[in-house]
Design a protein around this ligand. Structure first.
Ligand SMILES: [Fe+2]
Length: 345
């Protein structure tokens, strides 16, 4: 196999001109770009977003732009590999920090990409998904799956901030991204399914012939339960850390078709050294402090910070204080495409 393939410059100008005229191009000068040897050559670079820096910028957006003018008052976390303004944090994951002020509502809408919110701060915010009113409290994971109507509002007195994670880049790439707006939804007068049908792990509503569960039966994962579960798992963990995947309680599958979410606990002084994974990832710190080395680059993080890693990155997390993180990744998509892979470091 030749290391060096022929270049465009080696070809006679008249042939190059004729190809351009015919609307074709030679593959061989570009082939190593699209099909490199051994492993992908990602554009994505590791990113880090300090919440103390983002917070005043978000609040200023609240002063400068009324929500009617923004619809979604969001600061997008741009992949450093693609530069400022990039509408993605990795090839498949979009991340945005969203601010909602007391009394504001967002119009009801539905879109093709799926979204997940991780609540960063504030009380009184809520999202309505298919008529189900979901309280938004710090650390909660709230799903708005593609195709489900949703809107949100704010009954509290302080600003509410959440981190949005979407598979938007994928839908945009497929030229399949669009939204439809509608009137605010009527809310069912009852707590959300995480507080009723799916309160206890291992118990689901009795299965009746022909009943059939909703495609997304539980769309809110309250943080206190996640933390409690991690604290139990870590006591008996072989490697001193705990990881729990968020799944659909009816099927056990990942919560969304393309994006996966994993809650992590790293006790103070503990270290996590996962294998190299073909998935890209973003990490949001729910609480705690520590540092993460990604392909040799060191990021010191604290509560509410966010950072990202490209595919096959060598990642080492070390917690200086007991730390809880949520990892957003595209493993479910890669498994569906049949190429998810882990390699020894
Ligand atoms: Fe939305």
């Amino acid at each position: 196999m030749a290391e060096q393939l022929g270049t465009l410059e080696e070809l006679p100008q008249d042939y190059r001109d004729a190809m351009t005229e015919a609307g074709v191009a030679p593959l061989w000068p570009m082939m190593r770009n699209v099909l490199p040897h051994g492993k992908p050559n990602p554009t994505t670079r590791a990113g880090y977003w300090n919440y103390e820096n983002l917070r005043p910028l978000l609040h200023r957006a609240g002063e400068l732009t009324p929500v009617e003018k923004a619809e979604r008052r969001v600061l997008v976390l741009s992949d450093p590999g693609r530069g400022a303004g990039a509408m993605q944090a990795t090839a498949s994951i979009y991340l945005g920090m969203q601010l909602l002020l007391p009394g504001e509502t967002a119009p009801a809408h539905v879109h093709t990409p799926s979204a997940v919110r991780i609540i960063v701060e504030g009380k009184g915010g809520f999202t309505v998904v298919d008529g189900e009113r979901l309280p938004m409290e710090e650390g909660d994971l709230v799903l708005t799956p593609g195709g489900d109507w949703h809107d949100h509002g704010h009954d509290g007195t302080e600003p509410v901030v959440w981190l949005d994670a979407l598979d938007l880049p994928l839908f945009y790439y497929l030229e399949g991204s669009y939204a439809t707006e509608g009137p605010l939804q009527a809310q069912r007068n009852r707590p959300d399914a995480s507080q009723v049908e799916y309160l206890s792990s291992g118990l689901v509503p009795s299965r009746k012939l022909g009943g059939g569960a909703r495609k997304y039966p539980m769309v809110r994962y309250p943080w206190p339960r996640t933390e409690q579960a991690l604290r139990e798992v870590v006591k008996y963990s072989d490697d001193g850390i705990a990881e729990l995947d968020y799944v659909n309680p009816e099927t056990g599958a990942d919560v969304l078709p393309t994006m996966g979410f994993t809650a992590m606990m790293i006790p103070a002084g503990a270290k996590s050294t996962p294998p190299l994974q073909s998935s890209s990832a973003a990490f949001h710190v729910v609480k705690g402090r520590g540092k993460t080395t990604i392909d040799g680059e060191v990021f010191e993080w604290g509560p509410k910070d966010t950072f990202s890693a490209p595919v096959f990155a060598e990642i080492t997390h070390e917690a200086s204080e007991e730390a809880f993180l949520v990892r957003v990744h595209d493993r479910p998509l890669q498994e569906k495409l049949g190429y998810y892979e882990e390699r020894a470091r």
